[in-house]
Design a protein around this ligand. Structure first.
Ligand SMILES: NC(=O)c1ccc[n+]([C@@H]2O[C@H](COP(=O)([O-])OP(=O)(O)OC[C@H]3O[C@@H](n4cnc5c(N)ncnc54)[C@H](OP(=O)(O)O)[C@@H]3O)[C@@H](O)[C@H]2O)c1
Length: 284
């Protein structure tokens, strides 16, 4: 029976589909915009069945879930109770949630970054379905937020250049999802997934400079200036929460776990390797 992969235009969902296919599993690829999953520009392999699924719109659930036995789920709280009821009715056995390590903070229910993941985790845990929680920290791919200014100006504006994270490669995350979806002994756990080392934001920029072979200047800017620069695409409460997170992790190394290796059988990929692989996005 197929696995329903939600959010297939997202970075993890789109990386997971080909891994499941290569491992011999059948897949149904879901998106809020399934028409964008087909055609030459689509990231998915040709021939994968696609279906509409908007996790905020229960009218899309029954058709997406009919005949599937497992689900890779993005954390959207607005329709989660209806989604779980529809999954149970369809005979789904196992749901793997792309959650966030932000749920581990004591203020998770009230924190704008953690709250949606916390709410979905609570709903899953209360349901009779077997659920597995993937709790990644910051994604390596977040570095793409700097690509425009690196390409255009050779510089990056950072409100907290010495704030730490342990960036995880999206391929490792997709491979971890593959493992928990396909290996029954790994089901039902909660996994805190990180990259292999704690790096400051400025150190990540340094690794991007090394990968591109061009210098990149780090400009320390005020929190207000940074908020203004991201206002078009980051809502204010989220920007405030991100700033608070960066301030708290300034000079404080981020936790590093070995959960990627436990799930995938290999050490987590480094940010330096991610930078090499994506260097072209940072070249003029
Ligand atoms: N970025 C990080 O550092 C980080 C760290 C920890 C956890 N996370 C979590 O990981 C998830 C992905 O984050 P990202 O930054 O990597 O985003 P992303 O790759 O841009 O993925 C976002 C995808 O989520 C899917 N989605 C959003 N709302 C949906 C809805 N109502 N119904 C169905 N699908 C929906 C969409 O898929 P379609 O467009 O195909 O519908 C969208 O493409 C988020 O939940 C995020 O909070 C991110």
């Amino acid at each position: 029976m197929p696995t329903l992969v939600t959010g297939c235009r997202g970075r993890v969902g789109s990386a997971l589909v080909p891994l499941l296919l290569r491992a011999g599993h059948s897949v149904r690829a879901a998106s809020r915009a399934p028409e964008r999953l087909s055609g030459p520009a689509a990231a998915l392999p040709v021939g994968v069945p696609v279906v509409a699924c908007d996790l905020g719109d229960p009218a899309t659930f029954a058709a997406a879930l009919a005949g599937v036995d497992s689900v890779f789920l993005y954390a959207e709280p607005s329709g989660i109770d209806a989604f779980l009821a529809a999954a149970e009715a369809a005979g789904v056995e196992h749901i793997v949630l792309l959650s966030s390590s932000s749920v581990l903070a004591p203020d998770a229910p009230d924190n704008p970054i953690a709250a949606s993941h916390h709410a979905v985790e609570q709903a899953l845990t209360a349901s009779p379905l077997t659920t597995t929680l993937l709790r990644p920290g910051a994604f390596a791919t977040n570095a793409h937020q700097w690509s425009h200014s690196v390409r255009e100006r050779g510089s990056v504006d950072l409100p907290h250049p010495h704030s730490h994270s342990s960036p995880i490669d999206e391929t490792d995350l997709a491979e971890a999802a593959l493992a928990v979806l396909t290996e029954p002994r790994l089901r039902g756990g909660a996994y805190h997934l990180t990259g292999p080392e704690s790096l400051t934001a400025a150190e990540q920029v340094g690794l991007l400079a090394a990968a591109t072979g061009r210098p990149i200047t780090v400009n320390a800017v005020s929190g207000e200036a940074w908020k203004e620069s991201v206002a078009a695409f980051v809502p204010e409460p989220i920007a405030d929460a991100l700033l608070a997170y960066m301030a708290a992790s300034e000079g404080a190394p981020a936790e590093v776990t070995d959960e990627v290796e436990k799930l995938t059988g290999h050490p987590a990929r480094t940010f330096a390797a991610w930078a090499e692989e994506h260097a072209d996005a940072f070249r003029p």
